[in-house]
Design a protein around this ligand. Structure first.
Ligand SMILES: *[C@@H]1O[C@H](CO)[C@@H](O)[C@H](O)[C@H]1NC(C)=O
Ligand SMILES: *[C@@H]1O[C@H](CO)[C@@H](O)[C@H](O)[C@H]1NC(C)=O
Length: 528
């Protein structure tokens, strides 16, 4: 394998070990009662997988506020008091707060503790501007006290407390009850199926399940013990800003979270304006108190080690943080996957593939069993921009048809642009091997059943590589192969990220027998 990452990996493993140590010593005192019983079921999986990944959970400089250690805040009279802000969980770009305040566009942490006890705000948020890779833009995305500020309860009372001469007046604090996902990202990375569903929602779900130590019982894997999410706020995107052209983002969000209310930038601006009303003297200033909120920020995630230097996926920060803590249940993604597939009217049999095969594997029975259908789905991109050399595409289809015919497997040459959403989801839900050129069509892997043989094969222009589908496949329990014509790479021997000339082109070569061999070996269990 060309250019392995041994030295950098060795360093990162050291950093990771240190982080794990810090995390364990801190979280050892965090919600200890919830660790008993809940986690034992998954301990083996988590230890095994954490060791396999060896990815550090977070920047070693980050410390979590000591106030986060108290889970049950004592009862406060919210009409006259200012419940303290606490951080329930944090990874770069992903922070779960209780009692976070917002006035005039600034998020306020109300705490008697010094701000040094909290994570650096650059790991929590950004100014929400679109990202470009220039020094000016990087500086312009750095958050300031206008984005997140700290107040003592006395200072909060001074700004928004009742006036002293009126014993009956209440604080000017208005609660936003329930559970909020506050997305601080601009439209740039929201109006895209991969970035919205496979990155933002995967990350948010990992964080939300993890912070609640959610359990998912494989026999009822559509149910999670984590509480429901009340609303999503897109603070920097308008109503079209979070919708992708094919319409999967809205479909997915409504299917997975039917009761969720969406607020967009204009709604957030209403709240900003309402809180600043009253003029410069601040006489009638108000503040919003978000009861429980997961704040997600892409730029902040990229300042973390996992996202910034390793997997380049914002969801990586949330996922590895929670998995390294042992707080991510084995079937953590299943409730979302099943909700979306049910919405698409996919048959129950397809929903159960993963759980059924896992049970077979545990019994020591062969997987896939002789009666288990094997479905090889080729995402055909010849009709859209980035694609294979035409002759290579034709040979690939012939070769895969031949292989599947000989083995009694099903082969599907799928042109997503000619299929309805329901047809696409039904197909991918029963797909064993999903393959295609690097591109958004592979995002459907988030709807595949994770099984001991589930596989994603991504065809790159030789020399090219990106982590989008590689990391996501791995996080959701599928083996991934990055094919360069007649050779391939798979975790942990991955090439460096690179976009050589030809990466985006229409002359991507692929040696069909190499791909067919991967499929054959993988189903036969020779590529575990
Ligand atoms: C609200 O924020 C704006 C812009 O950041 C600022 O110009 C204005 O003075 C603020 N208003 C109040 C009442 O704090
Ligand atoms: C792809 O691999 C085949 C088989 O090794 C080889 O004959 C062909 O030249 C390769 N194509 C490219 C563009 O490297």
């Amino acid at each position: 394998m060309a250019r392995t990452r041994s030295l950098r990996d060795a360093l990162l493993v050291l950093v990771g070990a240190l982080c794990m140590h810090l995390a364990t010593s801190f979280f050892g005192t965090f919600q200890p009662e919830l660790f008993s019983g809940d986690i034992i079921v998954n301990t083996q999986v988590n230890h095994h997988e954490a060791a396999r990944d060896q990815i550090p959970m977070q920047d070693p400089h980050i410390e979590i506020a000591s106030s986060a250690k108290t889970v049950d805040t004592p009862a406060v009279d919210v009409a006259s008091d200012f419940p303290e802000t606490t951080i329930e969980a944090h990874a770069p770009g992903w922070t779960v707060f209780k009692n976070l305040y917002m006035a005039n566009g600034t998020l306020f942490i109300v705490t008697p503790h010094p701000s040094s006890e909290f994570p650096d705000i650059k790991f929590i948020t950004s100014t929400g501007l679109p990202a470009e890779n220039t020094p000016e833009n990087i500086a312009a995305r750095m958050p300031t006290a206008k984005d997140i500020d700290f107040l003592t309860p006395a200072q909060a009372r001074q700004r928004w407390g009742s006036s002293l001469d009126s014993a009956t007046q209440r604080n000017r604090v208005y609660p936003i009850e329930g559970n909020t996902f506050l997305f601080n990202d601009p439209q740039q990375f929201l109006d895209h199926y991969y970035h919205f569903c496979a990155e933002l929602l995967v990350g948010a779900w990992a964080m939300w399940q993890g912070v609640h130590h959610a359990k998912v019982d494989p026999a009822h894997a559509d149910i999670t013990t984590a509480p429901p999410v009340t609303r999503a706020i897109f603070a920097h995107a308008d109503a079209t800003g979070w919708r992708d052209r094919p319409g999967f983002n809205a479909y997915f969000l409504r299917a997975a979270f039917p009761s969720l209310t969406v607020e967009v930038q204009a709604d957030w601006q209403d709240r900003i304006a309402a809180s600043a009303a009253g003029g410069g003297d601040g006489a009638h200033a108000r503040v919003w108190r978000l009861d429980t909120v997961l704040l997600a920020d892409r730029s902040a995630a990229f300042r973390g080690v996992v996202c910034g230097t390793q997997v380049h996926r914002t969801a990586g920060e949330a996922f590895h943080h929670m998995r390294n803590l042992g707080q991510l249940a084995r079937w953590w993604w299943e409730p979302v996957r099943r909700a979306v597939l049910r919405f698409a009217d996919v048959g129950e049999g397809a929903l159960e593939i993963g759980v059924r095969m896992a049970a077979q594997a545990e019994r020591g029975a062969p997987v896939p069993g002789p009666d288990e259908p094997v479905v090889v789905t080729y995402v055909n991109r010849q009709g859209v921009r980035r694609h294979l050399v035409d002759e290579d595409h034709e040979r690939l289809v012939l070769e895969l048809r031949r292989l599947c015919g000989a083995r009694g497997w099903e082969f599907v040459d799928a042109k997503a642009e000619l299929m309805t959403k329901e047809e696409q989801l039904a197909l991918v839900s029963r797909t064993t091997v999903l393959l295609g050129v690097h591109g958004n069509g592979l995002t459907h892997l988030i709807m595949m059943s994770p099984t001991p043989v589930s596989t994603v094969i991504e065809l790159f222009f030789p020399g090219g590589f990106a982590h989008d589908y590689e990391w996501t496949a791995r996080a959701l329990g599928h083996k991934h192969f990055a094919v360069w014509n007649d050779t391939y790479h798979t975790y942990p021997n991955l090439p460096w990220v690179d976009y050589p000339e030809g990466f985006q082109g229409t002359r991507i070569p692929v040696h069909a027998p190499t791909v067919a061999q991967i499929v054959e070996d993988r189903i036969a269990g020779r590529l575990p």
